[in-house]
Design a protein around this ligand. Structure first.
Ligand code: URP
Ligand code: ZN
Ligand code: ZN
Length: 485
């Protein structure tokens, strides 16, 4: 067998095994994994290193306008470069529909943003903010194109589609095997809290954290799960930030609900006290759902360790701390007018490795699942997420001993801050490969704009999750009325 590349001498990690092996790559795919492989036009020495599936970042906002029209600081070039420096070979940002737009226009817009610019493979989750009958009719076409996940919001006035809208989308998604992702926070609770704080003149960034109560997330997760159960559709809860929310996910998984979930490094690394930094510094830590507290961090780690979450995603939502981003509405804007979101696409995996693997909270296999292989399975990236013959040669070679102090320039993004500044990290991705091409090697970018390809994805894999059939649909069927989706 002729190999283009052989990675030799490393320790290969898959979701279930860790073993010494060489990896042979031909035509962008993994062709062999064996104890010893000779040949290879290029031989990469991975002695003392870990050979892992390249990360798959499944929650990031790239070249995306927020609901209030603020464009992210990262486009598909800087976003993908930053992702690659952080150990990712593939990412799945959002293609966001704003009200009144057709889905065809949305997809064409994001194709124009991504295809010429991305240095790594990409796909999109389609955000739907306006589920009109015409839009619902467009969804099967999107699905045919390999965009097999939709995202909806239960909060933000310009995005919230209401329970009926969610049921419509869940029903279409179920019919086609698509996965519906949801940002779950009770919009009315948040608006009510906002009015109370505004009336009391409490508008500093720290009140953002208090304005979005834990109960707002818990109620909305519970409601989203109930809506999905009514039509037996698969659901993915994004950025779970609370103990109560994680406990609901856990309970529903035990009950066989077709449910997936993620949390994010910021909920493990930071707390609401970060919003109380001097001056407007706290604005850098405004994200939704908001940062919580140390007890929550510990509980979320327990849920990560015990399998409640499929993945840990960055929710990279980069808005600079200037008038182009956070402070579009003025340098002393009240918290509801400050852009929501934090950067972190380059820090997701180093943080998870350092705090998770190096500190003994999770195993290497867990790291592979949380960083790559579960996202591949759940989001239908069937050639990605493992080191095995036939898979894309999407590989990250990690030095588990390398220590670093986090700085902004390590992020390689378009941001003017990182919330992880000064963190001490153990473990770093030295080389990142996408379909056999080296994208980043020893701190140097080797990939080029446009190298990344759009990946058509398969339907969601709900594995052995039995799901539910609502009793009313059963009874309706007995009456001869088959109205179930
Ligand atoms: O605050 C956040 N997370 N901003 C990005 C948009 C979203 O809600 O995911
Ligand atoms: Zn969100
Ligand atoms: Zn997000």
């Amino acid at each position: 067998m002729q190999y283009d590349t052989v990675i030799h001498g490393g320790t290969v990690v898959t979701p279930y095994e860790t073993f010494r092996a060489d990896v042979g790559i031909a035509e962008g795919r993994i062709a062999a994994v064996a104890e010893r492989l000779n040949g290879g036009e290029r031989r990469i020495d991975a002695g003392g290193r870990l050979v892992l599936p390249g990360g798959i970042e499944a929650h990031c906002h790239i070249a995306q306008e927020s609901s209030s029209g603020v464009m992210t600081a990262d486009d598909y070039y800087s976003g993908s470069v930053s992702a690659a420096f952080g150990g990712n070979s593939c990412f799945v940002p959002f293609a966001a529909q704003h009200r009144g737009q057709s889905i065809a226009d949305v997809i064409a817009t994001y194709d124009g943003r991504a295809a010429p610019n991305s240095v790594i493979d990409y796909s999109y989750h389609l955000i739907i903010s306006d589920p009109t009958p015409a839009v619902l009719e467009e969804l099967p076409g999107v699905f045919q194109r390999g965009i097999t996940s939709f995202k909806v919001f239960m909060t933000y006035d310009l995005m919230n589609i209401g329970d009926g809208g969610m049921l419509d989308i869940l029903t279409v998604a179920k019919t086609h095997g698509a996965l519906t992702m949801v940002h779950a926070e009770n919009n009315e609770m948040v608006k009510w809290m906002n009015r109370r704080f505004a009336a009391a003149g409490l508008t500093a960034p720290k009140y953002h954290a208090l304005s979005r109560p834990e109960l707002a997330e818990e109620e909305a997760i519970n409601r989203a799960v109930s809506l999905a159960k009514l039509v037996d559709a698969a659901l993915f809860i994004v950025h779970v930030s609370t103990r109560g929310g994680a406990a609901i996910v856990r309970r529903e998984k035990l009950a066989g609900t077709k449910l997936f979930a993620e949390t994010c490094p910021q909920y493990l690394a930071l707390t609401r006290s970060d919003l109380d930094r001097p001056g407007m510094e706290g604005a850098k830590y405004i994200c939704s759902p908001p940062l919580r507290d140390q007890e929550t961090q510990e509980a979320l780690w327990q849920h990560i360790r015990s399998g409640t979450f499929e993945s840990v995603s960055s929710d990279h939502a980069p808005y600079r701390a200037d008038a182009s981003g956070k402070f579009l509405n003025g340098m002393d804007a009240p918290y509801p007018k400050i852009a929501n979101g934090m950067p972190g696409i380059a820090m997701r995996l180093p943080y998870l490795f350092s705090e998770g693997v190096a500190k003994g909270r999770i195993t290497l296999g867990d790291f592979v699942k949380l960083s790559s292989s579960n996202a591949a399975r759940v989001f239908g990236l069937d050639r990605k997420g493992s080191i095995a013959p036939g898979f894309d040669a999407d590989i990250a070679i990690w030095n588990p001993e390398e220590t670093r102090k986090v700085t902004l320039d390590m992020q390689h993004d378009n941001m003017d801050y990182t919330p992880f500044e000064g963190n001490e990290i153990t473990g770093w991705p030295e080389l990142v490969m996408n379909r056999g091409r080296i994208v980043v090697e020893k701190g140097t970018l080797k990939g080029q704009a446009g190298d990344g390809r759009f990946v058509a994805r398969k339907p969601v894999d709900t594995g052995a999750m039995p799901g539910h059939r609502a009793v009313e649909f059963k009874i309706a069927a007995e009456f001869g009325q088959e109205i179930a989706p």
